[in-house]
Write a protein that binds this ligand. Structure first.
Ligand code: PLP
Length: 359
């Protein structure tokens, strides 16, 4: 019997708090397809304000938020989007921009810090004179924080440079800001500043902010008007969504500042893991709540066995490859959970016989 569970698989595993459940129970609601749900309207107004955009739209998931955004910007078949080879839209969204939107992806290498070199982005923009053979570049996508690079933050200065490049070539810029609040807290820069150069952005409330459901996309009024129609087309027009938006508002009001603790706990865990023989990671690269680490060659255990062993002790992590593991911190992991997890890691990598977790 596992007595204690420390779920480090993702920040999506967070459970709604009592305050969220209470807000959901008491939410004012109406039909959101008719744009009459007061809680949805409140959430959209607040999100437009924090992101510095004209308008906002509630969507059921980050995946739909990105899909709708890309499709609004690339509404002509044969459009091409430039995006990082390690980005969520390219890797983890079922290729929806292509299969549903007819949009062609052109990837540029993500550096370890989550950026793409500006000159490589520029080199990837198609020459319009070649339109008889080329797709037409219409959009650049960035991701902040860049999850699969380890939750790395893109600075406002870098984002501005990409924005200038987009303008120079008549392209739009979309930012997948699933964890833009983590970037904002880590950098000490307001969300609206990080998104200043973006024509649109999607923001998740169901990651580290802890809401059960919900993302919001933001942009100009005309962008959001088109997005609203596409959301309906994709089946994302729901009715009394105020039930969900009420929890999202609690997440926005109560959980943003908690992200700072998540980052501290991530640093603490990363430093502890780095001390363990057989594991390798770059502590300096842990800027937010995501840690990737490798099992070194010659370690006493494989990544697969390590995950199994940890699970036996109630520690859940995500295996990324035969040698790589990901852990993610969130507000429902305590410092004592971090210490307990570290002790389980130490034990597993010491090669000693494992005992059941009895506490
Ligand atoms: C989680 C995530 C998404 C998609 O969010 P879902 O709500 O899971 O569809 C998009 N981008 C990034 C970077 C994410 O981490």
């Amino acid at each position: 019997m596992v007595a204690r569970t420390v779920d480090l698989r993702s920040d999506t595993v967070t459970k709604p708090t009592e305050a969220m459940r209470a807000a959901m129970a008491n939410a004012e609601v109406d039909d959101d397809v008719l744009s009459h749900d007061p809680s949805a309207l409140r959430l959209e107004t607040e999100m437009a304000k924090v992101t510095g955009k004209e308008a906002a739209l509630f969507v059921p998931s980050g995946t739909m938020g990105n899909l709708v955004s890309v499709l609004v910007h690339c509404n002509i078949r044969g459009s091409e989007v430039i995006l990082g080879n390690n980005c969520h839209i390219h890797i983890f969204e079922n290729g929806g921009i292509s299969t549903i939107g007819g949009v062609h992806p052109r990837t540029v290498k993500n550096n370890d810090d989550g950026t793409m070199d500006i000159d490589l982005i520029e080199a990837a923009i198609r020459d319009p004179r070649g339109e008889i053979v080329f797709p037409t570049t219409r959009l650049i996508c960035l991701e902040n924080t860049q999850a699969n690079c380890g939750g790395r933050c893109l600075s406002a200065e870098y984002t501005d440079k990409v924005g200038e490049l987009a303008k120079k070539h008549g392209l739009k810029l979309h930012i997948d800001g699933a964890r833009i609040f983590n970037a904002s807290i880590a950098l000490g820069v307001p969300v609206h500043r990080l998104l200043q150069a973006a024509d649109s952005a999607s923001v998740c409330l169901s990651k580290g902010l802890g809401a059960p459901v919900g993302s919001v996309i933001v942009g100009s009024k005309s962008f959001i008007a088109k997005a609203r129609i596409l959301r309906k087309t994709l089946g994302g027009g729901m009715r009394q969504v105020g039930i969900l938006c009420a929890a999202d508002l609690v997440a926005l009001h109560e959980n943003v500042l908690k992200l700072e603790d998540d980052h501290k706990k991530a640093k603490m865990l990363a430093e502890g893991l780095n001390q363990i023989k057989g594991l390798r990671l770059n502590v300096a690269a842990v800027e937010t709540n995501i840690i990737f680490f490798d099992i070194v060659e010659g370690a006493k255990i494989t990544a697969e066995k390590l995950c199994k062993n940890l699970e036996h002790h109630g520690i859940l992590v995500m295996q990324e490859s035969p040698v790589r593991i990901r852990v993610v911190l969130h507000h429902q992991i305590s410092e004592s959970d971090v210490q307990y997890a570290l002790s389980c890691f130490k034990q597993a990598l010491s090669g000693r016989v494992q005992e059941e977790n009895g506490n």
